[in-house]
Design a protein around this ligand. Structure first.
Ligand SMILES: Nc1ncnc2c1ncn2[C@@H]1O[C@H](COP(=O)(O)OP(=O)(O)OP(=O)(O)O)[C@@H](O)[C@H]1O
Ligand SMILES: [Mg+2]
Length: 300
């Protein structure tokens, strides 16, 4: 396994772990085999942890454990231990995890309530249950809808939205709750390039505001530049973990099954042909271009 050390944050202090997995495994009650197994991992506050891996590697299951859904609501047999915000995930009191961690599911239709008649109502639903004052509910719900580009659709029926609009609405519902930790499971899977760019800039803004983010993505292209850490899963366990630039500078375990961005693949190919491009993988096309220009400048 490529090892990933906890990186000091911008203040130089060690970030705190909000989730600690030790030899953790889960086998859903309805599944014949474990979805996670022997997983050892710490997740740190005030970071964006990007989680990737082949289909079926356990990314969504990990996300659901972190967000307090597995095994409390979606049951399964646990091995080892997992603590989230100091709570054992098996015996955590109701809401102990979900009060502080918001989740956007991979499939928005698993998340939307089917109990509301407008996008506004859907976004306000959880806030009403929290008993917030009406003015606060309205400003949070409208603000969240605007930030996902649905300001013009507040009165639309949730069931009449497209897949991409439903995904944005699911994100708005989580945003409106303003929780300090957000788990996003492949939040752009149904979005076109414009929608994807909007969600990326939204997550960038959340990070500037110090929201802790755990983000599952099949396609890393848009996320590397804002990720503090990259975790690769395979077969329900961690196979690589480290800073994106150093982890992707080495041959990535499972390359071929994990979508390596083109700018990283081009950088690696040029480097393998002897072009001096440094030992940190680019985290965007702009960084690839900058390292090529530096190489030309240096006569490399
Ligand atoms: N609710 C569930 N009940 C039973 N088995 C499940 C459930 N969810 C996932 N699994 C199984 O657990 C394993 C891991 O699935 P999971 O969805 O966590 O992987 P993933 O990495 O998110 O995959 P994908 O990239 O396709 O989203 C798979 O074998 C899957 O079939
Ligand atoms: Mg998944």
């Amino acid at each position: 396994m490529v090892s990933g050390a906890r990186a000091p944050d911008s203040t130089g202090s060690e970030p705190a772990a909000f989730a600690v997995f030790q030899s953790f495994g889960v086998t859903y009650d309805t599944a014949p085999a474990p979805s996670l197994t022997g997983l050892t991992l710490e997740l740190f506050s005030d970071q964006l942890t990007l989680v990737t891996g082949p289909s079926g590697s356990g990314k969504s299951t990990l996300a659901r454990v972190v967000a307090g859904f597995v095994p409390r609501l979606l049951h399964g047999k646990i091995e080892g231990s997992a603590q989230v915000l100091g709570n054992d995930v098996e015996s955590a009191p109701p809401n102990a995890i979900t009060d502080s961690i918001g989740m956007v599911f991979d499939n928005p239709f698993d998340q939307l309530t089917a109990a509301t008649r407008t996008a506004f109502d859907e976004t306000a639903y959880a806030l009403e249950n929290e008993g917030l004052p009406a003015a606060e509910i309205v400003s949070r719900a409208l603000g969240a809808l605007e930030s996902v580009g649905l300001a013009g659709m507040v009165g639309h029926h949730p069931r009449r939205l497209s897949g991409g609009q439903s995904q944005r609405l699911a994100i708005a519902c989580a945003l409106a709750q303003q929780k300090p930790i957000l788990v996003l499971d492949d939040p752009t899977s149904q979005l076109d390039p414009t929608g994807t760019a909007e969600v990326v800039s939204l997550v960038r803004k959340l990070r500037r505001e110090h929201t802790t983010v755990v983000l599952v993505a099949q396609d890393l292209t848009h996320w590397l530049a804002i990720a503090d850490r990259l975790v690769i899963l395979d077969g329900g366990r961690v196979t690589a973990d480290g800073s994106p630039a150093s982890l992707l500078a080495e041959p990535v375990p499972l390359a071929g099954q994990v979508m390596i961005p083109r700018y990283v693949a081009i950088w690696a190919e040029l480097r393998s042909r002897g072009i001096e491009l440094g030992d940190r993988a680019p985290l965007g096309t702009d960084q690839l271009i900058a390292s090529l220009q530096a190489s030309v400048g240096a006569g490399g």
